[in-house]
Ligand binder design. Structure first.
Ligand code: OAD
Length: 235
């Protein structure tokens, strides 16, 4: 395949694209996430029950994300954006910020970001680098009430769904990388894109839940498979 001048590419990424950077995926270990139950550290109820635990957990995730580097799969997406400009959009479920660090600009972080924190009271956002991470419960620099990680937890609504819908409407190609196809609404983008007439492509280590909706499935590690595919698509 070759990407045409009239094509508009929408990319969706999940935890698998960051695996080769050294960040663990979610469903690799029996619903446990870095030894925690997902509902304890990734739900509003978990935060209400034990904000100390949740903050400790996300401070660790933030430090880990800061300590790793983008891998060849992230850079392959930067190459695609350089070539396609505004005809390229990237929606990620990842909160690690690695797409931005690889140089991608047209990025929607639909599940939030470790790089920002959100005030539970005044709802302002602050860069994590500017808040007091020494405090057990970091206070809002504006109103001094409690900040929370700027992560979309289970039971919450992902960010920028309207923008994503309009990107799905316009896309002629959908490329999905490193996601198990378990968590909606992201897992449903392939069905929507296909219904709207886009060609749907997937790069993943294992067959995802929604594999039958992809026109092309490229099995393997994203860092190994994607750079070659991108070179072929841009030839
Ligand atoms: P998962 O852990 O569910 O799936 C990761 C997928 O990546 C699996 O299908 C793996 O086979 C694949 N994979 C692993 N290593 C890979 C590699 N090197 N190259 C390519 N693929 C690889 O992660 P997500 O689908 O991203 O939500 O999870 C979706 C959401 O569930 C997350 O955003 C998070 C989580 O709970 C929230 O936090 C709201």
């Amino acid at each position: 395949m070759k990407i045409k001048e009239t094509d508009r590419l929408l990319v969706l990424t999940g935890a698998g694209i960051s695996a080769e950077s050294g960040i663990r995926t979610f469903r690799a270990s029996d619903g446990l996430w870095e030894e925690h139950r997902v509902e304890d550290v990734a739900s509003p109820q978990g935060f209400a029950r034990d904000p100390h635990l949740v903050w400790r957990f996300y401070k660790e995730r933030y430090k880990q994300a800061m300590s790793v580097e983008p891998n060849p799969a992230h850079y392959a997406l930067k190459t695609l954006e350089d070539a396609l400009g505004e005809r390229f959009w990237l929606v990620t479920q990842n909160v690690d910020g690695l797409h931005g660090r690889a140089g991608n600009k047209n990025v929607i972080e639909m599940h939030g970001s470790l790089n920002t924190a959100l005030c539970t009271h005044c709802h302002k956002r602050f860069p994590t680098a500017e808040i007091d991470l020494e405090a057990e419960l970091p206070p809002c620099p504006n109103c001094r009430k409690m900040l929370r990680p700027d992560i979309v937890w289970f039971g919450e609504i992902p960010y920028q769904l309207d923008e994503i819908q309009s990107l799905l409407d316009k896309a002629t190609l959908l490329l999905v990388i490193g996601t198990s196809g378990n968590v909606y609404p992201a897992a449903g983008f392939v069905m929507a894109a296909r219904y709207l007439g886009a060609r749907t492509m997937c790069v993943n280590l294992d067959a995802p839940q929604n594999k039958s909706f992809f026109d092309d499935f490229h099995q393997g590690k994203a860092g190994e498979v994607l750079p070659g595919l991108v070179a072929e698509w841009l030839k």
